[in-house]
Design a protein around this ligand. Structure first.
Ligand code: BES
Ligand code: MN
Ligand code: ZN
Length: 498
């Protein structure tokens, strides 16, 4: 999807679709002054729609007008109460408009939000979130259909603005477009099944990104992992014929500053291993590499925007399968960090591979480390599908991450890593065991990770409830959300100074 900022009087626009975001207060009064020109072009059609009460501007309200001149269709999209219009509301409206446009079989969308309906969101942010939203709504996955998929593709998105805000809208659009590209990569990777998106496939993608943008990329396979003593990763991988990979990407955008380190769980399929999962919905476990996808997507954003900051990505990637060589409940292994682990449940594999990755991250002397992982089913029980579970060892970092999540529309909610919870991971034979049982399942998983965090501020994002959706909404199809790319990008851009 191409995006652009266009300065043109609405009444002169000849787009096939013009979407107009409107807040609900406007409907009670008249057509907002910024739309009077368009309304007269439409021969008062907009006034009549608003007067009829059929469109009240409530969130996700929607009506189409077919004028005789100017844009072929005008889609009014409700934004809700003006005081409650936020960047998230505008992002969502653009996504809905993109989806409606595609449903109409149309490839071009122009979008306009009058000042009265922006809820005080500044032009640079309007440019960013509308572009993010349109890219989000435009996403489709057709790669694996052998028969023709006739759905239209959204080819271009135009933000219609006023002359004096052009520079700001354009600056925001550029950021939104980069984030849109990164999120698309993440969602495509998530969507790919386990037989295509293997650990080595993730390495290939990392190498492609490295080539395209000049990142340093390394990958350790089974033999290298053995030399490095990374038996937590190896224990998960030992049941699979696929070669495990510990992938690192290094983006260098500033001199002599400690990097931000992003770690993403890359289990390309999680069957549970010997502690095998039930068959129902097991296919969803192809999404167990969503953390890895978020890291790779974020590196695409870095390559596009080149902010002045250093970032390292670390992706432990493996399958988790049962076999004659698979790790068994009760097995004890030694981690890269040095602590021994009793593996009481082979389905708690994410924390094992992250343990070694977090330990490995020390070599980069990171300013901070943030991991993203589809780690626990318990987070879905605790927070459902609208909040990321946030844990960590540093209040300041956690509040910075939360702020980034708010900006990104990928909100986090904190869970406590109190000392009492730590005891649940105590093992009779080893230093720790990899499952603390059912109680506080997300917190004990967080505490397990913390056992391998040494000397840096660290935040953990449990994205098991948010990385994908099993149902469609107005703004998104069912399937992968690409979550994490926006949060990571906001965090990095915030630290880089915008
Ligand atoms: N990948 C799963 C977590 C998950 C569950 C992700 C649902 C997405 C949706 C993880 O590896 C896992 O199996 N966790 C176990 C841990 C338990 C065995 C301690 C779980 O949550 O049941
Ligand atoms: Mn598992
Ligand atoms: Zn898993």
């Amino acid at each position: 999807m191409n995006s652009d900022v266009k300065i043109v009087p609405l009444e002169r626009l000849t787009a096939p679709v013009l979407a107009v975001g409107l807040g609900s207060q406007i409907v009670d009064g008249k057509v907002p002054s910024s739309l009077l020109g368009l309304d007269s072009q439409l021969q008062g059609a907009m006034s009549r729609v608003l007067e009829s009460g059929d469109f009240k501007g409530e969130r996700d309200d929607f009506v189409a007008i077919y004028p005789s001149k100017g844009p072929k269709r005008v889609l009014l999209i409700g934004l809700g109460k003006p005081a409650e219009i936020t960047r998230a509301v505008l992002r969502r409206a653009a996504a809905i408009a993109a989806r409606k446009t595609i449903a109409l079989g149309i490839e071009h969308l122009a979008f306009y939000v009058p000042h009265e309906s922006r809820g005080g969101v500044p032009p640079v942010v309007v440019g960013q979130v509308l572009t993010e939203g349109a890219a989000h709504g435009a996403w489709q996955f057709k790669e694996l259909k052998a028969t023709d998929d006739k759905r239209a593709k959204l080819k271009s998105f135009e933000i219609i603005g006023a002359r004096e805000e052009r520079g700001d809208l354009e600056r925001g659009r550029r950021i939104g477009a980069a984030i849109g590209i990164g999120q698309k990569l993440a969602r495509n990777l998530q969507m790919l099944p386990g037989n295509v998106c293997t650990p080595t496939y993730l390495t290939e993608i990392a190498r492609l990104l490295g080539k395209a943008y000049g990142f340093k990329v390394t990958a350790l396979d089974r033999s290298h992992l053995e030399k490095a003593g990374m038996y937590a990763i190896l224990s998960v991988a030992q049941g699979s014929a696929q070669e495990p990979q510990l992938i690192t990407l290094e983006y260098h955008g500033a001199k002599r500053t400690a990097p931000i380190c992003l770690v993403g769980k890359g289990v390309t399929f999680d069957s549970g291993g010997i502690s095998i999962k039930p068959a129902l919905n097991m296919e969803e476990m192809k999404y167990d590499m969503s953390g890895a996808a978020a890291v790779l997507g974020t590196f695409e954003v870095l390559g596009q925007l080149k902010p002045e900051i250093n970032v390292v990505g670390v992706i432990p990637a493996t399958e988790n399968l049962p076999s004659g060589t698979a790790v068994k409940p009760g097995d004890v292994i030694r981690s890269h960090y040095g602590k021994t682990i009793e593996i009481v449940n082979t389905d708690a594999e994410g924390r094992l591979i992250l343990a070694d990755a977090l330990s490995y991250a020390r070599r980069f002397k990171p300013a901070c480390v943030i991991d993203a992982a589809t780690l626990t089913g318990a987070i879905v029980i605790g927070l459902g599908h609208h909040a990321i579970g946030l844990m960590g060892n540093d209040e300041q970092l956690m509040s910075e991450v939360r702020k980034a999540g708010e900006l990104a529309g990928e909100r986090c909610w904190p869970l406590p890593l109190w000392e009492e919870f730590r005891d649940l991971n105590k093992s009779d034979v080893a230093d720790v065991k990899n499952s603390g049982g059912r109680a506080a399942g997300s917190i004990t998983a967080g505490w397990f990770l913390r056992e391998f965090v040494d000397g840096f501020p660290w935040a953990h994002l449990d994205i098991a409830g948010t990385a994908y959706s099993d149902r469609e909404s107005a703004a998104s199809p069912k399937g992968p959300s690409g979550l994490g790319v926006r949060l990571f990008s906001e965090f990095i851009l915030g630290r880089a100074g915008g």
